[in-house]
Design a protein around this ligand. Sequence first.
Ligand code: HEC
Length: 189
Amino acid sequence: MAVSLVILSLKNSIMKIFLTVLITIVALTFLDILFIYSGIYNPGATSQNGNLIDWAVVTTKDHSIRSRVKEMTIPDLSDTLLVKEGFEHYDEMCVTCHGAPGMEESEIAQGLNPSPPELYKTTHHDPKVVFWGVKNGIKMTGMPAFGRTHSDEKIAAITAFVTQKLSQMSAEDYLAWRNSMHGEQEEGE
Ligand code: HEC
């Protein structure tokens, strides 16, 4: 008799826990959907950062990129010619958003949210993260995917320049490289 009473009350409490969990899940899902359709979230690039949605997006992105690059292999970056080739691509395609030594932040870069990091100010870049980011782009940030238009070899050159040279350049170095590149182009014409 006593045993069957214990089993009965155990069954009741399991049932109660199950129902509470279920009702909570349904209520939270409903609130999420209500929030999504309510128009409360301000998607403007000028809106203040730091709310729960921004945190969720940034944290998801950081962890997803980290787990994707873990097993990834990238082309060999040791060929010194790659750095020079990478500079040409960087100066053409990246400088507007990511800047370069001695250059003022562009109007495009100032208007982006999240703002593009000033890559030349960081001395250590993980080559795999740079390669992955340049190839695949980063959704909802303004960072384009260059893998649609550039081969892995070209992306390797860009990665070599960003990871091995960019942060060591002075404003004069950058300008000198730019001038020498244009000089070479004119000679070739
Ligand atoms: C239209 C603007 C734009 C252009 C052009 C652009 N980027 Fe970005 N890039 C961004 C933004 C914005 C982010 C920040 C993404 C974020 O917050 O996760 C970013 C992030 C990155 C990152 C990740 C940095 C980090 O450590 O979090 C790398 C590396 C990068 N870009 C490299 C490049 C290179 C190399 C090029 C040129 C081939 C380039 N980007 C062109 C806007 C741009």
